[in-house]
Design a protein around this ligand. Structure first.
Ligand code: HEC
Length: 173
């Protein structure tokens, strides 16, 4: 009799344990499900924030405008520089001027990085060159360049450049 009772209790316990484990499984399943749900919403969040970003960028049209303005200005400057640099020669110049001076002062002395030379007198140009060469007038670029030239070349260049204004006028510039 007692044996039966024990067996019954054992069976009940076993059943209960079985049920309990099943419950745990269900709980675990539910937990997994919830976790999956959370992950999904997080993914949605990421997705949403991705689509939101470009919108928030366009929220500051002023910043965009100023960037565009800067770009426009840079493009304009570049265009002006190109037009100058690509300036077709209005009149022929000596090989010496073309080689040594035109890159900075322009193909016809109109000025690019270096100042415009058109319109300067022969004396003024020669004086400037002599002063650059001696270091009296301090300019590192002109000094370095002229140190390799002799006085006759400076005179020739001064004479030539002083004719640029008349030549440009004759060429219709
Ligand atoms: C690498 C660029 C560069 C080259 C090449 C160059 N120059 Fe210059 N030159 C300058 C710059 C910059 C100045 C302005 C310097 C200053 O005023 O201090 C200048 C100034 C001058 C001036 C004085 C203009 C003025 O109004 O006072 C004369 C003249 C001159 N250059 C002639 C020449 C001659 C001639 C050559 C060729 C042998 C030559 N340069 C080559 C950059 C250059």
């Amino acid at each position: 009799m007692i044996r039966h009772l024990i067996a019954a209790i054992a069976t009940a316990l076993a059943l209960w344990a079985f049920w309990f484990m099943a419950q745990q499984d269900r709980k675990a399943e539910r937990f997994q499900h919830i976790q999956a749900l959370i992950q999904k919403t997080q993914m949605e969040k990421v997705h949403v924030s991705n689509t939101v970003q470009p919108i928030s960028k366009s929220e500051s049209p002023n910043a965009r405008k100023s960037v565009k303005k800067e770009e426009d200005e840079a493009a304009k400057k570049l265009k002006a520089l190109r037009e100058r640099a690509g300036n077709v020669m209005a009149f022929k110049v000596s090989p010496l001027y073309k080689q040594k001076c035109s890159s900075c002062h322009g193909v016809n002395g109109e000025g690019i990085i270096g100042p415009k030379l058109v319109g300067l007198s022969e004396e003024k140009i020669y004086q400037a060159l002599v002063d650059f060469k001696s270091g009296k007038r301090k300019n590192y670029v002109m000094y370095g360049l002229l140190s390799k030239m002799d006085d006759q070349q400076l005179k020739d260049l001064s004479k030539e450049i002083s004719t640029f204004a008349a030549k440009a006028k004759a060429a219709g510039n």
